[in-house]
Design a protein around this ligand. Structure first.
Ligand SMILES: Nc1ncnc2c1ncn2[C@@H]1O[C@H](COP(=O)(O)OP(=O)(O)OP(=O)(O)O)[C@@H](O)[C@H]1O
Length: 299
């Protein structure tokens, strides 16, 4: 079932068209990634979904609500964690949560939320005393304190070290496991690949591809590369009919092809009693797909 529907969204700032034409659909209970490089129009898109900005044209529905017309109702069902959200430096963690909880008709239990986000021992700390990762987790807690059905998380792990980033990913997965639908804005391939059930890849204000990370990889880079050192010379013609073959000086054979190329090469070798030693299969990554599906940046 779809929780968010966006159709032909367009938004300009003066002469700059930030969002040309964005359509997407987010399903209940998934982590939906909005992936794209800096300036692609991701933040503008999610700010419109969250009711913080008004589109020039197009339609948005979040749980059937129009973010502009039904703004106050939307606030109760959508939690927003925005890029670089800063709180008053002296504000104490627990007080911040209590304050935000007071805005909602049916808030979460702040103590439980702190516990879930691993912040219980920082409840008495001031915002300025928190580490980068703790600040991010607090901003997630604040986005969730209203017990939203949908959480929008924008560039959640930017600036975090790898350890804090992984901890934050686990938090996001736990939130999804509680049944919250998550829209995750990111420009990090690893983050999208690891966390997202589906992704909309946005480039220059347009959605250029939508699908699971594996689907995007498959669509963009259908070629597979196999490298090995044959245990005996391979008769000429055996592999060339199956794949594009190149020989390296050190005796390594590289086979490139599509579809069942891996199985076909291995079967052909086996039929000739040849073992593929040091066998390596080159996996395409979401990063390869990103490069293939987006236009190069002009310099
Ligand atoms: N308030 C604004 N006024 C003018 N231009 C803006 C404004 N906000 C964004 N833009 C421009 O619109 C384009 C899209 O910006 P947006 O922040 O939506 O992209 P983004 O993909 O979220 O990028 P980032 O990851 O850097 O935040 C950029 O060219 C940006 O400079």
């Amino acid at each position: 079932m779809s929780v968010i529907q966006v159709e032909h969204l367009r938004k300009s700032y003066g002469g700059t068209v930030a969002v040309h034409d964005v359509s997407l659909e987010v399903h209940r209970g998934e982590i939906f990634g909005v992936l794209g490089r800096n300036g692609a129009g991701k933040t503008t898109t999610v700010e419109i979904i969250g009711g913080l900005r008004e589109a020039d044209s197009g339609t948005v529905r979040v749980l059937g609500l129009d973010p502009v017309r039904d703004r106050s109702r939307l606030r109760e069902v959508v939690g927003l964690q925005l890029q670089e959200s800063e709180l008053q430096p002296k504000l104490v963690v627990r007080e911040a949560l209590d304050l935000y909880a007071s805005f909602y008709p049916d808030p979460a239990d702040p103590a439980q939320l702190l516990d879930e986000l691993g912040l219980t021992d920082r409840a008495g700390a001031r915002f300025e005393q928190l580490s980068g990762g703790q600040k991010q987790r607090l901003s997630v807690a604040l986005a969730l304190v209203g017990n939203p059905q949908v959480a929008i998380l924008d560039e959640l792990t930017t600036g975090l070290d790898p350890h804090a980033r992984r901890e934050t990913w686990e938090v996001v997965e736990r939130i999804r496991d509680r049944g919250v639908t998550i829209v995750l804005v990111t420009h990090l391939m690893e983050e999208a690949e690891r966390l997202c059930d589906r992704i909309a890849l946005i480039d220059a204000g347009r959605v250029v591809a939508t699908g699971t990370p594996a689907e995007l990889v498959a669509r963009a880079t259908a070629e597979q590369v196999l490298r090995f050192r044959p245990s005996a010379p391979v008769p000429v013609g055996v592999l060339e009919s199956i794949a594009h073959i190149t020989h390296a000086d050190d005796g390594t054979v590289e086979a490139r092809g599509r579809d069942n190329v891996v199985q076909d090469v291995l079967v052909a070798l086996a039929q000739h009693g040849i073992r593929p030693e040091n066998l390596r299969l080159e996996q395409s990554s979401l990063e390869d797909a990103f490069v293939a599906l987006t236009t190069p940046v002009e310099v």
